[in-house]
Design a binder for this molecule. Sequence first.
Ligand code: AMP
Ligand code: MN
Ligand code: MN
Ligand code: MN
Length: 277
Amino acid sequence: MSNYDLHTHSNISDGLLPPAALVERAATAGVSTLALTDHDDVAGLPFARAAADRLGIALVNGVEISVTWRKRTIHIVGLQIDPQHQPLVAGLAAIRQGRAIRAQRMADSLAQAGIPDALAGAYRYADNPEIIGRTHFARFLVHQGYAKDVRTVFRHFLVGGKPGYVAHEWAALADAVQWINAAGGIAVLAHPGRYDLGRQLLPELIGEFKAAGGRAIEVVTGSHTPDQYALFARYAQEFELLASRGSDFHGPGESYVEPGALPPLPPSLLPVWHDWT
Ligand code: AMP
Ligand code: MN
Ligand code: MN
Ligand code: MN
């Protein structure tokens, strides 16, 4: 049986497991083809590939690129990328520099709210300091007792209007899609149900993504409800996009679902992997 999980994170970004341990966990769970899609970094791929080869599962080179579209943060997954392609490498490096600057401002915002030393605190949870992000701040806040778990942190901190939130300009949508396409990859609109865009803006985003060269959309993902599987299956058909499936696994105890533990894609859709050999 094939089981495709095309969206996962290691500790190269904000996952908890090193790439090899992630691949092992996925293989044990029955995943046959796994994409490692760390935020804005491809440094985990060689380690994941070595583990996948050893365990006899297929590894897809992936990345999840942070994008700003009409002042909102959108995530674009790239699958089957060449991780050494120069424009992609340079684009990701620029995003990582932005993360360091944003982290300083997030810590300033938390300090204003009476939470000191958050910058050093967050970096303690970032195994790869280049990808310092909100999840690392969230783990610090949990450890300090401000919330019971990471998910609860994101209700009271680090989101619009709350302490620790700062607006940030990520890459442009068209640039991210172009980096992926130029690197031989397939651009996938990640977890479209999470953007809170409404019935007006959502088709505009999907239309612009497709016009920029995007080819697929996540339909079955860890943060979608069954209603959202159906909704985005309809969008996939309407916009003639390939469909993807991925857990968005970040680590034991922190994620909605384990690797591979998702329903299959609705049968009416063309999977993003339909022509992979
Ligand atoms: P960043 O790219 O640094 O802004 O961090 C975004 C990451 O924060 C996402 O990829 C998730 O891992 C995490 N995140 C965002 N919102 C939530 C939430 N409501 N619950 C749990 N994790 C979240
Ligand atoms: Mn994440
Ligand atoms: Mn994401
Ligand atoms: Mn993700």
